[in-house]
Write a new protein. Structure first.
Length: 344
């Protein structure tokens, strides 16, 4: 590894990490480990929750466009959104950045995005690892992994066990593709012979590369605020597998959901992908978030309160369906009117 370049990157990112400090986190990078004081963070009887994730082949678009400042936000989002669905507050984050040849400016942009994601999520960037591995990664290629730890007081977690038939499913709008399905996205772009520098066909106000790199939305502050008001019974982060695969992960056995595709708008990027990639609506729903990045389940009498809380926190919220008894031989999640809404 280029030790001088590594030291230069550490010096460049120290102020970025410092900008994410929060109660309970110690200061400074460069040690062999990081300390976190749960009592100083305000916890009396905490349960820790840990997650890890990556950004996937969306990184290839960042590499091809030379835009490295947003994928760090994606990295944090993919981890912390998985924490909050369990009712946990993100506390601290670590990253792993591996590359063929260390580029200090690219590395600084990447970590800058990670720091931005941590600030949005309210967690501290306490450390990480940078590895230069020529022969394993070509030239400027790189990969990212993230690790987040959160906490909740004992007995205050969200496990979906109280969800019942008749409950309302709320959908929180996504910011775009988020971080799933990019192998298919890149294939569509390649088959059409499009340049990432040209205006996006679905949004001419920005380049195709910039539009596709729109970072994953972080739902931490809004969903925790709603959960702390005890009006949310379950949350589902909508990632790979879409609504059909992720919503059942928080439903008790024997329950399913019936959703209505006309209840929320299909963002232009998904409509464009469906048309250009000849993707059937059902497959679109299983590959992408289709405009819903987080789902919340609430009782009917709490739905209005939940919508108000989430909207006040900056979310665009839609009532997208209801919980029902799962029917033998049917999918647990049925999305009605896909053909009528998404093919129109």
């Amino acid at each position: 590894m280029d030790i001088d370049a590594g030291n230069a990157l550490v010096d460049a990112i120290k102020p970025l990490a410092k900008s994410t400090l929060r109660r309970g986190a110690g200061g400074g990078l460069g040690g062999f480990g990081a300390l976190f004081d749960l009592r100083a963070a305000g916890y009396q009887d905490p349960i820790l929750v840990a997650t890890t994730d990556g950004v996937g082949t969306k990184l290839k678009l960042a590499i091809d466009t030379g835009r490295h400042d947003t994928v760090g936000v994606d990295l944090v989002a993919m981890c912390v959104n998985d924490l909050v669905v369990q009712g946990a507050e993100p506390l601290f984050f670590l990253d792993y950045y591996a590359t063929g040849k260390l580029d200090v400016e690219a590395g600084k942009a990447i970590v800058g995005g990670i720091a931005e994601g941590c600030r949005i999520a309210g967690c501290a960037l306490v450390g990480g690892e940078t590895a230069e591995m020529p022969g394993l990664y070509a030239g400027g290629d790189y990969d990212l992994a993230g690790f987040a730890v959160g906490a909740m007081e004992r007995g205050e977690g969200l496990d979906g066990s109280a969800i019942a038939a008749g409950d309302i499913v709320l959908g929180l709008a996504s910011s775009g593709l988020h971080s799933n399905g990019f192998s298919l996205v890149r294939r569509v772009v390649e088959d059409l012979g499009l340049s990432l520098d040209e205006p996006a066909p679905f949004d001419p106000s920005q380049s195709l590369g910039a539009a596709l790199l729109t970072p994953t939305r972080i739902y931490v502050s809004s969903t925790l605020a709603a959960a702390r008001q005890t009006c949310v019974k379950g949350l589902a982060h909508i990632t790979g597998g879409g609504l059909p695969e992720n919503l059942p992960r928080v439903l008790p056995d024997g329950l399913g959901a019936r959703l209505d595709a006309t209840a929320w708008p299909l963002p232009p990027v998904f409509r464009w992908l469906r048309e250009q990639g000849a993707i059937a609506p059902a497959e679109l729903a299983r590959t992408f978030n289709c405009g819903i990045g987080m789902a919340a389940v609430v009782t009917p009498d709490q739905a209005e309160k939940a919508v108000a809380l989430l909207t006040a926190a900056g979310e665009s919220v839609f009532r997208i369906g209801t919980i029902r008894e799962a029917q033998p031989g049917e999918p647990r999640v049925i999305i009605d009117n896909q053909e009528a809404s998404w093919l129109a």
